[in-house]
Design a protein around this ligand. Structure first.
Ligand code: G6P
Length: 616
């Protein structure tokens, strides 16, 4: 949801900014722009509709000199994607350039106030109000840029990560955040600073970072040490953290798309996620976040899981796991609905927030609400140091490495893996699982990475099946029990990247409506693995076949019954029912991927989507 980056130091800023924008492009890609102050003190702003590569083309031959600059890649909220609405926005005085990630909720009011004072606006964005307001305060009150930023932000309602460049002060950039992430990278020996919406553009230059906190403004200067002051004018001592990320994790390598790379990484990422949590003998599971808060978890009246998108699907699997193994009631909520419906939250409830990015605005808001009501908050995140990871009382990282493809794959299986370990650890502590049952479970669980590897070797078979269905305009995905969330996630993957309409349904619900859609044109993907509802799913397949539907079944290896019925099948290795979604995810991801590739779609950056949704 918009990516921002900036640089100040001794190197040419432009190549660093462009490279950084490519890394951040997953956050939004409808327009991009850059602002630089050249050695003669001239402020050059270039912006363009489209992707970062189009910006680069449009800038060719122009003056991109300067060792201070800011840049932005946009996901439009207010104002259509075009050259004018692209960031950076510039002030009427012509001295300031500003980039922004977030939403200014009271922009209309601020804008009309400024228009009354004679300000002119050029774009349809909420962002422009920030630069004009700061400029107005600075020039009319004769304030320093810092004071003007602080005064302006005290009038602003909304979410922002901003950076401001001042032509009249080419040694300084001011940045600020509230509810949208900002990371500062420091390379002290070179007197260099980098900042960005996440650490991916920074990691190749330095491992030392500071995560700016809400309501903080940082003055990044080549002449003075970094200064962080909050909106109430209190000076802060920023904490320097070390990044644990490698550049190879951010590169596609030989894969044609990040999504395919991330699908193929899953045997490793799941093994990484288990590391240190399942002992090497495979006899014990310890999720330290649960053990550290054992009393709180043991006395939980209820667990509420809040999440969005794919993370919400993994939450549904978590509900099954925790209820089955721990006998604690679980409710799963869309964070965006939960936050606005005055939910009943008891102080002895535990709220688990699941988020790959750790930045989803609705999930963050649901956490704040639950905190106010006294619940204990547990986070399951991928991005280390993210806002959600920091806002929660405790939590577990999924440790799957950066996920760049907009459609989530390895984060989904990482989340399910953590939820499985959470349920097993808690069940052991609660005594709701017998020791021998736990040992059997752990044994099956440990085999998942190698079983995933096996499944990936069926890639070309799945690719062939995908080719047959490239024509389809609709898909239905069916599953029951643990496989129902898998059906939802399979359908989401397909619609996200191929733009084919797809619906996930609990298989038995099909006869209450969706069955009317079935004809010989309708592909129906059924997750019909060996579960306690297997026979019933078999009947559901019969119902589809009786109406000429075309069935693609995901079956357990060795299954003959479904295989005979289905038009196409994909076999997954045998595992326990509760771990089935970890394996079923892979063929469904691959199927969606290959269909999208055959249709010529932009798999890693599908239209209208963004990976990190930092606005509500
Ligand atoms: C966006 C992404 C999805 C993701 C969802 C929730 O819609 O495109 O892939 O599942 O946000 O994101 P989170 O980072 O909170 O898991």
């Amino acid at each position: 949801m918009c990516g921002i980056i900036g640089y100040i130091g001794n190197q040419e800023a432009y190549p660093i900014l462009i490279k950084g924008l490519h890394r951040l492009e997953y956050r939004g890609y409808d327009s991009a722009g850059v602002a630089l102050i050249n050695p003669n003190g001239q402020l050059n702003i270039y912006k363009n509709k489209g992707k970062v590569s189009q910006l680069e083309e449009s800038i060719e031959g122009k003056d991109v000199s300067g060792n201070i600059g800011i840049a932005h890649t946009r996901w439009a909220t207010h104002g259509e994607p075009n050259n004018v609405n692209a960031h950076p926005h510039y002030s009427n005085s012509g001295t300031l350039a500003l980039i922004h990630n977030g939403i200014i909720e009271n922009y209309a009011l601020l804008k009309s106030g400024l228009i009354e004072k004679g300000c002119t606006f050029h774009s349809d964005t909420d962002t422009e109000v920030l630069v004009q307001l700061i400029d107005y305060i600075k020039t009319s009150g004769n304030h320093s840029l810092f004071d003007a930023v602080q005064l302006a932000l005290n009038q602003v309602i909304g979410a922002y990560a901003i950076a401001i460049l001042d032509r009249d002060d080419p040694d300084r950039i001011i940045i600020a955040r509230k509810s949208s992430p900002l990371v500062i990278g420091i390379r002290e020996e070179e007197d260099e600073y980098f900042f960005a919406s996440d650490a991916s553009p920074i990691v190749e230059y330095t491992n030392s970072v500071i995560y700016l906190q809400d309501n903080e403004i940082a003055i990044i200067s080549r002449k003075e040490p970094l200064k962080v002051i909050d909106l109430k004018n209190v000076e802060k001592t920023p904490e320097v953290s070390r990044l644990e990320m490698s550049i190879s994790q951010l590169e596609r390598g030989d894969y044609p798309h990040f999504m395919l790379k991330e699908i193929f990484e899953q045997p490793k990422t799941i093994a990484d996620c288990m590391k240190g949590r399942i002992n090497t003998e495979g006899t014990n599971v310890v999720l330290s976040g649960i053990i550290d808060n054992k009393a709180r978890f043991l006395s939980a009246r209820r667990i509420i899981i809040v999440a969005c998108g794919t993370s919400w699907h993994s939450a549904l699997i978590g509900e099954h796991l925790i209820e089955n193994l721990c006998r604690i009631p679980v409710e799963v909520e869309y964070a965006s609905e939960f936050r606005y419906r005055d939910p009943i939250i008891y102080p002895d409830d535990i709220v688990i927030a699941i988020s790959q990015s750790g930045e989803t605005a609705d999930t963050l808001a649901a956490i704040e609400l639950s905190k106010q009501k006294g619940a204990f908050i547990y986070g399951i995140c991928n991005v280390v140091g993210s806002s959600i990871a920091r806002a929660t009382d405790s939590g577990s990282y999924i440790h799957v490495g950066p996920e760049i493809g907009v459609a989530s794959t390895k984060a989904f299986t990482g989340q399910v893996t953590v939820l499985a370990m959470l349920a097993m650890t808690l069940a052991k502590e609660k005594g709701t699982i017998k020791p021998n049952e736990l040992t059997t479970m752990i044994k099956a669980f440990k085999k998942i990475p190698e079983q995933m590897e096996l499944l990936l070797s069926a890639n070309s078979q799945i690719q062939e099946t995908a080719k047959i269905f490239t024509y389809a305009r609709n898909f239905i995905y069916l599953g029951r029990g643990y496989s129902y969330p898998s059906a939802l996630e399979g359908a989401l993957k397909l619609k996200e990247i191929s733009y084919i309409h797809a619906e996930g349904y609990p298989a038995a619900e099909m006869k209450h409506g969706p069955i009317a859609l079935i004809d010989s044109e309708m592909p129906v993907i059924v997750i019909a693995t060996n579960t306690k509802l297997y026979e019933k799913v078999l009947n559901n397949i019969q119902e589809v076949k009786a109406r000429s539907g075309r069935v693609i079944a995901v079956v357990t290896e060795g299954d003959e019954d479904v295989r005979k019925l289905a038009d196409y099948y994909i076999a997954i290795p045998k595992t326990m029912e509760c771990f089935g979604p970890l394996l079923a995810a892979i063929p469904l991801q691959l199927l969606a991927y290959h269909i999208a590739v055959y249709k010529g779609k932009d798999v890693d950056q599908p239209r209208h989507l963004a990976k990190s949704v930092t606005v509500e």
